[in-house]
Design a binder for this molecule. Structure first.
Ligand SMILES: Nc1ncnc2c1ncn2[C@@H]1O[C@H](COP(=O)(O)OP(=O)(O)OP(=O)(O)O)[C@@H](O)[C@H]1O
Length: 342
């Protein structure tokens, strides 16, 4: 659906130049919610703005539905942009226009619909985002979450196939963030819309995304399914994001000093293993004790999952037997040197 191939972006101002993106190869599949996470200055905004050619790559190609954007004429580019909606951190609504007028404006500039058809579409979109009763209000009369709903309605007005979200929830409180993310999920599912979002919050990625790319210093340092990246982060930047999301601290084995020595193991439970009493079952079958050192349980998108770090004590062959049985049951077992969650 969206394909970056060898993309580089260098900004030049006066004599200075800065390379914001380097050698980006990336594929976003049709119908998925793809997240890009990175710290400030990592290159997220540059990357997302390349998808509708608000920025042009210095090198490499960006294709959407097989079309090389750099090869489009001005006219074709205008047409193409109708298929790509965008929402912004600060909503970018026109303060002098009502909610209905803000949404209608996006359709008017494309100039394809009658006033009646535009009004009917505005009503449909307001219903979709849950704002029907705010149709004639001005942006200053709305909360942040309501403004973002207007932004979403406006972005969807011309039936895009891709929705770009530029830090769309960064200005919102956690509860409003959650409701906007749920709305994005519903839109993704019901309209089969491909969504690309950029954020600096791992919680946003965990709540809605199917896949994620972690960007650092203009490069993608890790990419994969959110469950994989979240539960088994590899790159130090990814580990930091996960630890921040979990409120975890440096390598500390809380209250474990008096415990008998034994290996530390990280056990990851997904799918059916989340609901089974596997730990107590193997402890009974083998002469092994497990002390839980740290743990985290929750959901990634809709999938429940859990991860604990345990200290296993017992005869070496018994410990190995217990761990093998856990692995056979579908638990991911990793030996670790400290108890940090990531
Ligand atoms: N128009 C521009 N001209 C010059 N440099 C730019 C321009 N836009 C971005 N940059 C630089 O490119 C780098 C990447 O910026 P970008 O805005 O893409 O990062 P970001 O990850 O979105 O950061 P933030 O989360 O703070 O918005 C930064 O060093 C930034 O200063």
């Amino acid at each position: 659906m969206i394909e970056f191939c060898g993309v580089q972006k260098t900004y030049t101002t006066g004599n200075a130049s800065i390379t914001a993106l380097q050698r980006i190869d990336l594929k976003v599949n049709e119908g998925e919610i793809f997240g890009v996470i990175g710290h400030s200055g990592a290159g997220k905004s540059t990357l997302i703005r390349l998808i509708n050619l608000l920025e042009r790559p210095t090198e490499g190609t960006v294709k959407v539905s097989g079309v090389d954007l750099m090869a489009l004429s001005e006219n074709d580019l205008r047409q193409f942009r109708q298929h790509v909606g965008m929402i912004f951190q600060h909503f970018n609504l026109l303060g002098s226009m009502t909610v209905a007028e803000n949404i209608a404006y996006a359709m008017r500039i494309v100039g394809q619909k009658s006033a009646q058809a535009i009004d009917a579409r505005v009503d449909e979109l307001l219903e979709l985002v849950g704002l029907s009763k705010h149709k004639h209000k001005y942006p200053r009369q709305l909360s942040g979450g309501e403004k973002q709903r207007v932004g979403i309605a406006r972005a969807l007005s011309n039936h895009p196939t891709v929705l770009l979200c530029d830090e769309a929830t960064s200005a919102l409180d956690p509860q409003t963030t959650h409701s906007i993310l749920q709305l994005l999920r519903r839109i993704n599912e019901t309209l089969k819309l491909t969504i690309v979002l950029i954020t600096h919050e791992m919680d946003v990625i965990r709540t809605v995304c199917d896949r994620v790319a972690v960007i650092d210093g203009g490069r993608i340092v890790e990419e994969g399914a959110v469950t994989q990246v979240f539960l088994h982060p590899q790159h130090p930047t990814t580990k930091r994001f996960v630890q921040e999301a979990e409120g975890a601290h440096d390598a500390v084995v809380w209250g474990d000093n008096a415990a008998p020595r034994g290996g530390l193991y990280r056990l990851t439970f997904q799918r059916e293993t989340v609901h089974q009493p596997l730990l107590s079952r193997v402890a009974r079958s083998f002469a092994v004790d497990f002390s839980i050192i740290t743990g985290r349980f929750g959901a990634i998108k809709s999938e429940p999952c859990g991860q604990v770090v345990v200290r296993a004590t017992g005869e070496a062959d018994q410990v190995q037997g217990a761990l093998s049985q856990l692995a056979q049951a579908g638990v991911c077992v990793e030996e670790v040197s400290d108890a940090t969650v990531a």
